[in-house]
Write a protein that binds this ligand. Sequence first.
Ligand code: NAI
Length: 333
Amino acid sequence: STLPVNVTVTGAAGQIGYALLFRIASGQMLGPDVPVRLKMLEIPQGVKAAEGTAMELEDCAFPLLAGIDIYDDPKVAFDGVNVGLLVGARPRGAGMERGDLLAANGGIFGPQGAAINAGAADDVRILVVGNPANTNALIASAHAPDVPADRFNAMMRLDHNRALAQVAAKTSTPVGDITKVTIWGNHSAKQHPDLTQAVIAGRPATEVIGDDAWIKDDFVPTVAKRGAAIIDARGASSAASAANAAIAHVHDWVNGTPEGDWTSVAMPSDGSYGVPAGLVSSFPAVSKGGAWEIVQGLELDDYTRAGIDTSVAELVEERDAVQELGLLSAANA
Ligand code: NAI
């Protein structure tokens, strides 16, 4: 029988954790034949709630669930990790400056990166969900010098799916007929949702939509601000849709993207599309043989170029701020 895959989930007692763990254990992330061992990481105050979630996981009697462990120490939680979902993060508190937020998260993602460096399996794949996700991924990767940087992703799949949903609703098309949507840049309100390459049932999406003003004035801000709209409506942030996106991201990373389509993935730039090398920025990407490849050679019109540049400028600012705080040097783990 196959050895279980070690899946570490941080923030396991949180909202996203609650929506995520059951789907991992049911086989929706890695496939119906792959047993998983869940390694749940929480802060000490979250351990009791994580134990409650673990009891419910047991009560599902998932045939693929080979074990559950709960930790409050990242060193143990990441020992042997094959897939790591870094969900737990420090939210922005009242009156907190951006520098404070970045520093607080550096105090989480630096040590987690170091623990990954020390204990991860050779095939480790890390998806950072906790915000600010792109810069948290950069910090974790900086503390894991022995792990190839391309094993650290930040999640853009929720933004990508939100874009698909908006286009489907606007054009009365099933989501399955829409391909080649891209989210560029940072997972923030300054992301750049892009339909210039998108295809709806074989026709250019821009032609089917036929309404450039809708794309610029409605679609782009609706996708970029959807997280705030959910909080406003639900009184809590997106959790099930975020978990769903994490499941899909890892599924495609491991198993490949469908032929003829791509998805949006924040990963270390190799300089493609003028994005400074090393920044964890979102690109259109296909997964082949278990690794992402950035889709090359796309023609960018002026609007798209400007949108990417604005988002990347924000990532550069975040990187410079954490660099200044010493959060990118492994010695400060
Ligand atoms: P939550 O507050 O319900 O749960 C977070 C959990 O993380 C808590 O149980 C907390 O105890 C735990 N935690 C905090 N520090 C930790 C540490 N150092 N180690 C382990 N666990 C730790 O929050 P929720 O709703 O689950 O969201 C989690 C994160 O995901 C937030 O940062 C949120 O902004 C982000 N998010 C990202 C999305 C994306 O598309 N990239 C979408 C939605 C949310």
